[in-house]
Design a binder for this molecule. Structure first.
Ligand code: SAM
Length: 278
């Protein structure tokens, strides 16, 4: 159950899509003065050294963020802005790539706060030590889905929650649907980001429509496929991000970024993108 280590995958195409969306949501949402709650139900270690340890083993980042450095001059503005942010982070903390908590903490303001949940003991330790001096952060080694119940709605009634599970077990798909349904019941105006893998298995294929059926609120999903896949394929051919109550620039961010990312990160002729707005 706790075999997954995000360091193996840090900086890959799925991280690029997810973090691009997270970056632009937070950039927009932190323009309004009212405090914002950032809830990360599956936080990971916070940030990752790409040239060391697990990240250096399969070097997934080389076909993700690594490929984009050389394409910076041609990148659409939203991708360029996210990449510059990432490279700046890597200059200040040499060799590090920001995971979702590190990315968020840079964009959030002193009056905002972060609730971070991570179950893996080693990743939790790393996360906790990274945030030990940050009074805005509440970090627990607890189930992230339960935080969606206990921390929503926040007193300021402004929140962005990101749900980024490893989907190692098939029951995870139902848990995500149940947790989002419950969170929307408690707080329907929050912004929710749910990452999902593009896999052949039926539970993965039906997830976006099951999530969409939970609410009539504005929502969209952006998908990036980097290669073709076939039944039984265990690699990750692509991923998507489902967003409820997307900040208004997000649709145009995805419209300009997805075609570029499919071309720049594509590994075969099946590389493609998709933007669904019900
Ligand atoms: N969101 C991170 C990022 O973008 O940098 C990556 C997270 S990774 C995909 C998923 C993480 O969820 C893993 O570190 C795993 O240990 C953790 N995890 C798995 N099940 C969990 C649960 N029920 N509650 C909290 N964390 C969990």
């Amino acid at each position: 159950m706790l075999g997954y280590r995000h360091a193996f995958h840090a900086g890959n195409h799925a991280d690029v899509l997810k973090h691009l969306v997270l970056y632009h949501c937070l950039r927009y949402m932190t323009r309004k003065p009212k405090p914002l709650l950032y809830l990360d139900t599956h936080a990971g270690a916070g940030a990752y050294r790409l040239e060391e340890g697990y990240a250096a083993q399969n070097r997934e980042w080389e076909t993700g963020v690594g490929r984009l450095g050389a394409r910076l001059p041609e990148a659409p503005a939203p991708v360029e802005e996210y990449l510059r942010f990432t490279f700046e982070f890597g200059r200040e903390r040499p060799g590090e790539f920001p995971g979702s908590p590190a990315l968020a903490s840079r964009l959030l303001r002193p009056g905002d706060w972060l609730i971070l949940r991570e179950l893996h003991p080693s990743d939790f330790e790393e996360l906790a030590s990274r945030f030990s001096g940050d009074p805005r952060a509440q970090i627990r080694r607890e189930d992230g889905y339960s935080a969606m119940k206990s921390s929503l709605p926040p007193p300021s009634r402004r929140a962005l929650a990101i749900v980024d599970p490893p989907y190692e077990v098939v029951s995870e798909y139902d848990r995500v649907v149940d947790a989002l349904g419950e969170a929307l019941g408690r707080f329907e105006t929050g912004t929710y980001l749910v990452w999902y893998p593009l896999l052949e298995r039926p539970e993965a294929r039906s997830l976006p429509s099951r999530l969409s059926a939970l609410t009539e609120r504005p929502r969209l999903s952006g998908e990036l496929r980097v290669r073709g896949s076939s039944p039984g394929d265990r690699g990750l051919a692509g991923s998507g991000i489902f967003v409820v109550n997307p900040p208004w620039p997000l649709e145009s961010v995805l419209r300009s970024s997805l075609p570029f990312l499919a071309e720049a990160l594509g590994q075969d002729s099946s590389a493609d993108w998709n933007l669904r707005i019900p």
